[in-house]
Design a protein around this ligand. Structure first.
Ligand code: FAD
Length: 272
């Protein structure tokens, strides 16, 4: 297997993590079961004891129109999809111009902005083991039950790129901080907003070390420059503890925490 050295304090959107060797997935084989797959690290918090990591190789970075559908490789960045759609006058992917990630990560998280989600136009995905139709996948708000590498996805092809939507998505983003973060820290609990709850328990603007629940948008855990994993975890736990005590609501992490102490069954405090 080939490896690539990645400095996660630069590569990850939250600017936290050591320099690690990441395996490059070219072909699916039994080895991949030993590694955790990452995309472009826009939704991840890398810990001090991360599991072995892998990423799709460049082979999966492509986008094309074939047999009347849009075929996109799992390691294609969202920006590339958005510009391809603009250039070819393709509808319904405008939201990707303001949503960071690679196609595999976007599908796995069912990423989106409000009702515009990546699953809306999905037809099927190719994983390491088979071709799965959308109907065979359980999915919902920032959730899917996919449990293996997504190599490719096919989408319905409709024409009519809408520039006004690009502007609309840009506006939706205007209340979000541009300081490094991993996007929304917690999923919105049903009928409520994580940001409102964090503010209600007095944590909006709360800073520990270099990490802070942003004063612009409380559900964004931002790195003010020298934030580290321990500071981030402290704030995440504190928000979960206070919100649970005050409102009896458990804030579920939207950020995926990659650290042996917080993964699997032994991590009752932080679910992701
Ligand atoms: C400033 C900012 C704003 C954001 N705003 C939004 C938003 O409005 N809406 C939203 O939904 N998200 C948002 N996000 C989060 C992020 O953009 C999405 O979660 C995106 O899908 C992450 O893609 P990624 O490639 O970076 O995946 P990563 O963060 O690297 O990984 C995320 C998860 O996807 C899995 N994964 C990655 N690649 C694959 C693959 N090929 N096959 C199977 N699983 C895979 C990983 O195992 C991991 O569990 C935001 C992030 C930032 C930094």
């Amino acid at each position: 297997m080939l490896f690539k050295e990645i400095n996660f304090s630069k590569y990850s959107s939250i600017k936290i993590g050591a320099t690690l060797d990441v395996a490059l997935l070219e072909e699916c084989d039994s080895l991949i079961e030993d590694y955790y797959l990452i995309g472009s690290c826009n939704n991840l918090l890398i810990g001090t004891q991360p599991p072995p990591l892998m990423m799709l190789s460049k082979k999966y970075d492509y986008i094309k129109i074939e047999d009347g559908v849009l075929k996109i490789g799992g390691s294609t960045p969202s920006g590339r999809v958005a510009s391809f759609c603009k250039k070819n006058n393709i509808a319904d992917f405008e939201f990707l111009s303001h949503l960071p990630g690679k196609l595999g990560g976007l599908v796995y998280m069912n990423a989106g902005l409000r009702e515009y989600e990546i699953f809306n136009k999905l037809i099927n995905i190719t994983t390491c083991s088979n071709l799965k139709q959308k109907e065979e996948i359980n999915y919902g708000y920032r959730f899917t039950d996919i449990n293996e590498p997504i190599l490719e996805a096919e989408f319905e092809l409709l024409y009519g790129f809408d520039e006004t939507k690009v502007e609309m998505f840009k506006k939706m983003r205007s209340n979000q901080p541009s300081t490094p973060s991993a996007g929304s820290c917690f999923k919105n609990p049903e009928g409520d907003y994580a940001g409102r709850l964090i503010e209600a328990v007095g944590l909006k603007g709360k800073r520990v070390g270099g990490m802070e629940f942003s004063s612009e948008h409380a559900n964004f855990l931002v790195n003010q420059g020298d934030g580290n994993f321990d500071d981030a975890i402290y704030l995440i736990k504190e928000a979960q503890r206070r919100v649970f005590k005050e409102f009896n609501i458990w804030l579920e992490c939207e950020i995926v925490i990659l650290d042996k102490s917080y993964m699997g069954k032994g991590s009752p405090l932080i679910k992701s």
